[in-house]
Design a protein around this ligand. Structure first.
Ligand code: LFR
Length: 501
């Protein structure tokens, strides 16, 4: 018997996925996910500037939609919506004809080096944070636009669309800015969930005029309109299938899928980045929060994602890439098994540090960071992997405790969602480091959150965020890790933390 099914497009920095979510089970609904297309993604260096190959991503989306249409037909499912989420901040610029002006630049490109400092000389950091509540990262959209301020491309631009909105525009012809992702631009008023007109006016005088580039905002859950007839027809999709605004920032969709049972939870959305924090009703805009570089990004249903960016599995991915290029063993399961045998906390690095942002030479940069902090650098690949995992767990510990202190909250559990769920050693270390139980799952957090919001938007699911989470949890295959199982006790973690200061 056919089910209502939704297509979630979830684009990560290292791969794009098109995933179908089928809503099953009548009175006790659950969601069954399966992948219909996966394609590689990554930076493309053009004369020293890192870009995204966004047309290739568009093709991956089209191929995925076609596969989803075929499958729904075979199963007798009703395909009832499409939603798109991706990493944040990056964008395409459109000219007056709505044509893309060049490939989006990758957020790890160095064009924004030194730009935040320059912008803050004109419009102070404090004045920014009081309005946008956003962490300072060189790649914030605002700083990318500032870096491009005098280019011919920006002069010709009429619209700026964030990556999921750009891909949505190619499907529907509608130009909008979905608000969870817009909250990572630096140009949004986080309390009002509207473009920050006052801040934009000051930037226009001192940095560059960006306000005219910003399309109307939409909230997740809004039905944006039908996929264009010729597109839907060409892909074998039902006529009139809607594009639904989801938490188009992947982290916002991932947080929807956190299978929390109470409000007393922290999360680690663990993929290329690890986003570590809390869900709040209102932003924390204090100077203390700003100094700790916590960010207030917007979530679904009026929520705020109060979190810190920890460098994440990027550290591991980049080591693997370097090793593979050098002809060294680069099989992740083997390396993780070897890392599990290395004594814990021998050497740690600061996994929040921007020094690891750019690609290239990661094992050497980790060794250099260890030396600089007076430690013996890792001596083998296994020790390097162990150093990364211990350092990530340590950064999670610090982020959870600081988030709680700054927001005046307490938590009983840490939820890990995303690809990191598969890394059992990391999950175990996270439970130990935080002193809290870790509930790991779902793996495809962003895709699940994307599907849940779509299903509610078209009336297949109902209720609050908590109700959606209960639906998501049913099919998720969660694994629980208790703290204190690995023999590394609290004072070892505290000592390792002190070593980095
Ligand atoms: C995770 C993520 C983070 C954002 C970073 C860059 O995929 O979206 O939330 O800070 O990528 O866009």
């Amino acid at each position: 018997q056919g089910a209502d099914a939704f297509v979630a497009v979830d684009l990560g920095a290292s791969s794009g996925r098109v995933i179908v979510g089928r809503v099953l089970g009548g009175a006790e609904p659950r969601v069954e996910l399966h992948e219909v297309n996966r394609f590689p993604n990554g930076p493309v260096d053009v004369r020293g500037t890192l870009h995204w190959d966004v047309l290739r991503l568009h093709q991956g989306v089209l191929d995925g939609l076609r596969a989803a249409g075929r499958e729904a037909h075979t199963r007798g499912d009703r395909l009832a919506g499409v939603g798109i989420d991706s990493w944040a901040v990056d964008h395409g610029l459109l000219d007056a004809d709505g044509v893309l002006l060049g490939n989006p630049v990758h957020y790890r490109d160095t064009r924004t080096d030194g730009v935040p400092e320059r912008v803050y000389e004109r419009v102070p950091a404090r004045d920014h944070y009081a309005v946008n509540g956003l962490q300072t990262q060189p790649f914030n959209t605002e700083f990318q636009l500032a870096a491009a301020a005098r280019t011919a491309q920006l002069a010709a631009a009429r619209d700026m669309l964030l990556v999921p909105d750009l891909l949505g525009y190619w499907l529907t012809g509608r130009r909008v800015a979905e608000v969870t992702n817009a909250s990572t631009t630096g140009l949004l008023d986080v309390r009002r969930r509207e473009w920050a007109t006052g801040l934009l006016a000051r930037l226009a005088v001192h940095v560059g005029d960006f306000a005219h580039l910003l399309p109307p905002l939409v909230e997740p859950g809004q039905v944006l309109g039908p996929v264009l007839d010729d597109v839907a027809h060409g892909l074998g999709l039902p006529a009139g299938i809607p594009l639904v605004a989801v938490g188009s920032h992947d982290t916002a969709s991932a947080v929807v899928a956190v299978p929390a049972q109470t409000e007393r939870f922290a999360y680690v959305s663990c993929g290329t980045w690890s986003l570590v924090g809390l869900e709040l009703d209102a932003p924390v805009l204090t100077p203390e929060s700003q100094d700790a570089n916590f960010t207030n990004e917007l979530g679904v249903d009026g929520t705020v994602r109060y979190l810190r960016n920890v460098m994440g599995l990027w550290l591991l991915q980049e080591c693997l890439r370097t090793w593979a290029a050098a002809g060294l063993p680069a099989d992740l399961p083997d390396l993780l098994a070897a890392a599990a045998q290395v004594p814990p906390l021998t050497v740690v690095i600061d996994a929040d540090s921007p020094e690891f942002l750019a690609p290239g030479d990661m094992p050497d940069r980790i060794a250099a960071a260890a030396t600089r902090t007076g430690q013996t650098p890792p001596q083998s690949q296994a020790e390097t992997v162990r150093c990364i995992l211990d350092s990530l767990a340590l950064a999670y510990r610090r982020a959870v405790s600081e988030a709680c202190a700054l927001a005046g909250r307490e938590v009983d559990v840490v939820h890990v969602v995303g690809g990191g769920v598969r890394n059992t050693l990391l999950c175990r270390l996270t439970a130990d480091a935080t002193g809290l139980p870790v509930v790991a799952g779902p793996v495809e957090g962003a895709a699940l959150g994307n599907v849940l919001v779509q299903a509610r938007a078209v009336g297949v699911l109902h209720g609050s965020l908590a109700d959606l989470r209960a639906v998501g949890a049913r099919g998720a295959g969660l694994v629980r890790y208790e703290p204190g199982q690995s023999g590394v006790d609290e004072h070892h973690w505290a000592a390792a933390e002190a070593r980095l200061r």
